[in-house]
Design a binder for this molecule. Sequence first.
Ligand SMILES: Cc1ncc(COP(=O)(O)O)c(C=O)c1O
Length: 424
Amino acid sequence: MKERRDFIKKGLLLTGILAFNKSPLFGNNLDTLTNHNGDDESYWKLVKRQFPLQSDKIYLNNGTMGPSPYPVINAIQKDMMDIETSGRYGGNEDLAIEALSRFLSTKKEEISLTRNVTEGINIIASGLNLKKGDEVIMTQHEHVGHAGPWLNKAYTDGIVIKTFLLGKTAEETIDNLKKAITNKTKVISVPHIPCTIGQILPVKAICEIAREKNIFSFIDGAHPPGMLALSISDLNCDFYAGCCHKWMLGPKGTGFLYVAENMRDQLKVLYGGAGVDTGWDMLINPPSMKGYAENGHRFFYGTQNAASFKGIAAAIEFQETIGVAKIEKRVKQLSTYLQENLLAMGTTIDMLTPTESISRGAQIAFKIKDKDMAELQKKGYEKKIITRFVPENNINCLRVSTHIYNNFDEVDQFLELTERFIKS
Ligand SMILES: Cc1ncc(COP(=O)(O)O)c(C=O)c1O
């Protein structure tokens, strides 16, 4: 098997995807992260050194939580200390919004700061004016954070949720989606990358279909920011909810909601409070509010964690220092390597993540014939190899995420564990 893996590595090398140069180690200066094309394992060793992740742990579960690098942790700590020592109130909102809109290619006014993806989805599901019998199309691969807000809406308002199957290719997925659309469809609400099998959905095409039929498009973007070079304006969706605590490697409990400028007035504002309105007066009769903020602040309010906002900006700066295209290329190299080697183990492997390159991101999900994948996850934990068992919707597979702090040696160790497990 070792020979087989070397063969795959060599293949990637020949196609220019991988190069194992023995170049000198870099200094600990972040500038050195920028001026390098990343085709060199010593470069990624330097990247790994920016993370306090325990060195004896092989963390392949970024899909659940992205550990932050030192520049992010330091920025949060410093700002927190400033708040606690000076008594400073708030701040950094504009900094975080500015950084997010640059990173995601949106207008600043289209970004709301949230605590997580679920919060963003709730703002949309509760805010859209939907009535009993209106249909919302989703997949059968939803995370509770995406399914929950819509299921709640079905419970409270009688909307109807329709699901469709993901295809093995982008084309098949689009065909399946088209068949699910009826004249009652009001929203297409799909994950950009589902939590289950890591497949990239053709969301740009899906949003175009929605627009042509006058249907709202919502994208659950828990995973792409920080994994893929993402331009939300290019997707042309109506709404997109993401988080900073997964692939962006930012502070935990931080996220964003994108509401396209022309869609802002389509959403009912559920929470009033500081920042939501453009002025209010309790001394007139009756007391009233002037109107709503003409930006993303319409959907968030009150005292927030300013140090976390500083951390969002630092996380984006860290990603930009390395380069988003370089990050996407690297994390996909690792996942391609993992997928090809798993497939090389033969028909005992049931590969759930598509092999089509446009549909494959940085998460590989698979099952093994007649084996309990929760057991493989447990065996991994015993060896400090951390992955995610996926019980959602009875899929029962193992999901392996690869990010920039991972490397080929770590993937090899996971592959060896899997080989031993198959033989056991
Ligand atoms: C696809 C998907 N959607 C939504 C969520 C919920 O994210 P959050 O915990 O930030 O609300 C997750 C979390 O793993 C997810 O994977």
